[in-house]
Design a protein around this ligand. Sequence first.
Ligand code: SAM
Length: 245
Amino acid sequence: MRLDIITIFPDYFAPLGVSLLGKARQRGDVDVHVHDLRGWAHDRHRTVDDTPYGGGPGMVMKPEPWGEALDAIAPSGSTPRLVVPTPSGRPFTQETAVAYAGEPWLVFACGRYEGIDARVIEDARSRMPVDEVSIGDYVLAGGESAVLVIVEAVTRLLPGVLGNADSVSDDSFAPGRMAALLEGPVYTKPPTWRGREVPPVLMSGNHGAIARWRRDQALRRTAATRPDLIARNTLDDADRSTLAD
Ligand code: SAM
């Protein structure tokens, strides 16, 4: 997978060299290019922003550097998917992460100030798929931290990035039976710590009982912290009885 990230703060992306993604890059499984938008600004101060038409506070990112950057990174004939983080975008979910993990090439445009001149998105849409995505109902200072979130959620799904591929299918929001469920509590050794016991069923070796316990915990946790998700699950009698407890 190839990732291009356009930003006025390239240093923000140093973390992409560490941990699982850092190793995937060393193996050549993920090819990451971080570009400084100011390289496409031509005045003495390498200006990338200007005052908003219509007035109001703040500044808006100018279209010219963005247009040139996108032309250089994705020349005509190439069709990466352009991902533009913005609070006004569609919610980025695990489903989006799974879809992006199947893409060969993603380009990310990190906004700052009040955002990017809207014509940049319109222009890009005329020649490549463009998604405006939000990572949550709050406002960040810039798109960089949103891109770090998206890149991590996507690249951990790539084959070979996680040590144990099965762990992805047990995660909260994983497509399938976990799609609208939160994972329950997890435990490791020692069996007793500060007087607190690991639930005995997890040490029973009874795989059926363990699977049932895990589903019950996931249902209870979801009902407690994200009741909005429960209705999206197909519940059987055992599930309904767990939730009625
Ligand atoms: N004026 C914009 C609005 O109210 O929608 C907010 C601009 S914000 C200060 C600057 C940049 O941060 C945005 O262009 C976007 O790149 C990024 N950003 C802020 N919040 C975000 C969110 N919830 N999801 C994704 N990106 C976000």
